[in-house]
Design a binder for this molecule. Sequence first.
Ligand SMILES: *Cc1c(COP(=O)(O)O)cnc(C)c1O
Length: 526
Amino acid sequence: MGVPLYLEPRLAPRAASLLASGRFLHALVDGLGSPLNVLLPDQLADNLARFRAVYRAHRLTGRILFAHKANRSSALVRRLAATDAGIDVASLGELQHALGAGFTPDRIVATGPKTPEFLWLAARSGIVVHADGRAELEQLAALVRRYGLPRADVLLRLSEFASEGSRVLTRPSRFGTPGAELDALLTTVERCADAVRPAGVGYHLDTTSLDEKAVALEGCLRAMDACRARGLDPRAVDIGGGFGVSYLADGEQWERYTTELTQAVMGRRPALTWRRHGYGLSHEAGTLRGSLALYPAHRPVAAETYLDALLDRPAPTLGRTLATLLLEGMYELHIEPGRALADQCGLTLARVVEVRDTASGERLVRLAAGADDVALEEHGVLMDPVLVPRDGRRAAGASETVDAGGPVDAAGPVGVHLAGNLCLEADMITRRTVFLPSPPRPGDLLAFANTAGYCMDFRAGEAQRQPVARKVAVWRDGDGDAADGPDGADGSGAGPWCWCLDEEYWPVVQQHGTRQHGGGEEADEA
Ligand SMILES: *Cc1c(COP(=O)(O)O)cnc(C)c1O
């Protein structure tokens, strides 16, 4: 097998403590089936508080809006409704969900492609519409006039920002109005002034590049100037999401893995993937081709530290830092993190059904879950699952957080391939050889950490009538009492685990402890 190349997940205390509670997790899957999505709503409030701290450090105000599309969960949205956060909704269903969870209209922004019904409900309930372009503005204005609705607040979504010369420095987008067409857009805004009111401008760029985002943010500041020059009075700059997540605990593991993967593609070491998949790399006559199509799974700067870094940047042409320019303009800063706010807020459990060695010597571990139930691979995120043994035996060499306290498994590390539950050659949970500190057995669980952002329910379907994963919310008795601060409320020192179905979760239930859902227990090691 060679030296195991681990890619251990980064685990916040709450998730680590949950994974140490093997009996609780097994009881949940026994009762609710595999796969099972487990959400940690209180973590969302902690993540929010860390973003808010960055605002405070820069003396900025404005809304932090969770991009709902990252997860369909009710528990997450309802938990968030109990904070001061806002929510970014991208469909009629998400808007209804947010209103029903208790978000007041001033805390909701509608983004994404919109149907007339979505636009109507947005305008009717008085939420801010992040308008894609002139056509959408006119459509919205027509609805407002026709149905006698209150004037609608709009954010103008911009894209394709150019710096200094004429070279476009941000990537093209399906959405938004290109910076070069701002004048025409503002003319439309003026023409619709009876029906819409410009609240600000914004962008959302799907990139990890701070350079591009700095260009876009400066572009927005210039657009605010252009608005003011026309006598408009917008107050907010919305810089969208894309703050990212660091999935892995150890940067060196990531460096070593990608180096070895390249070596494997070059044929200089044994394969590291199923059927020599190259994750974007290939080799031709001794030359490496392509580039790694993977999410940078270990990111030293991600989530709130990414926001901090962006705000600290000098604007590309205006010189002073972006935070200073926002302050000088007395603008509100809106952000729409999806993945970053959902960081560490959930995991996906899958039961091991079969362990089998193939004729070609590979060990196949088949799970009661398909690739679409654990869509990490789809998002290019390479991260090991955590083995949660059925019988409490200890996974040799596993990190302490998953130490269940049982007898040590004598068998050492193994390299396995994780196969899904569909009758489809391609249904592999990952095409990577996964190294586990000890061999999984049928009945064990594999826990895929940090799936709450996009990797849990974005793609899951009912192919082959396999069950769609149920969702449960879990919390520890006493956790979350400490309001919305991260201090001391990491769930690790609190009482027994409690759970409920996702749709049954309301913040009031857990905070008052009026209902204790069965199945709670102390962490196994306690
Ligand atoms: C998807 C999306 C987001 C969230 O992006 P993340 O990368 O998850 O932070 C924010 N705003 C808009 C408009 C989006 O489409």
